[in-house]
Design a protein around this ligand. Structure first.
Ligand code: IMP
Ligand code: MG
Length: 189
């Protein structure tokens, strides 16, 4: 079974679900207030960053109780941490974001390089607002200063986790919880 590769569950499926509901309520409240001030405003655009954010995004959007649209971007970082800052856009947004409220949804913010690149690219297109929601945050690993507005859970810096969208070598994304792999399932990187 897939779970046999897991040494320890860090965040259970139940805890993920509870936190996703809370984040959805907070996001709905924040953007609902903004819509009241400007009734002509276009609906919130939620942008999921592929591939990792897919399960989180799918659950989070169903916990958001306001008008919204969603779209996806796919990015890849070169190397294995040796060349930070080299982030490539594999798939861009389908829609324009000028004067729109945009909420980026990420699986995890680690060094911050990926997010910094995405933020720089999107803010140049003139959105009305640009915020970030991440399921997981490793603030102590940060190499660049990026603002994260909504955080699901903070992780200790030395923990490498898989599941609920997060991968090790593209595997284990389909686990319904967030956990740590047994050492024998981790090849030398
Ligand atoms: P960055 O260092 O903030 O640019 O994060 C780059 C990417 O590293 C994330 O989008 C994840 O794909 C990956 N990553 C960072 N920490 C973890 C982890 O603990 N598990 C799985 N992927 C991770
Ligand atoms: Mg990854």
């Amino acid at each position: 079974m897939l779970v046999d590769a897991i040494e320890r569950v860090v965040i259970s499926a139940e805890d993920v679900a509870r936190r996703v509901r809370e984040l959805g309520e907070q996001i709905s409240k924040d953007y609902r207030d903004g819509a009241k001030k400007d009734p002509k405003k276009r609906p919130l655009l939620v942008v999921g960053i592929l591939k990792g954010a897919m399960p989180f995004m799918a659950d989070l959007m169903r916990a958001i109780d306001i008008l919204m649209e969603y779209d996806f971007m796919a990015v890849s970082s070169y190397g294995n941490g040796t060349s930070p800052g080299e982030v490539r856009i594999l798939k861009d947004l389908d829609c324009a974001i000028g004067r729109r409220d945009v909420l980026i949804v990420e699986d995890i913010v680690d060094t911050g390089h990926t997010l910094q690149h995405i933020l720089a690219g999107l803010s140049a297109r003139g959105p009305a607002s640009l915020r970030v929601c991440t399921l997981l945050d490793k603030p102590h690993r940060r190499e660049v200063d990026v603002r994260v507005d909504y955080v699901g859970f903070v992780l200790p810096e030395n923990l490498f986790v898989v599941g609920y969208g997060l991968d090790y070598a593209e595997l284990y994304r389909n686990l319904p919880f967030v956990g740590v792999l047994k050492p024998e399932f981790v090849r030398e990187r």
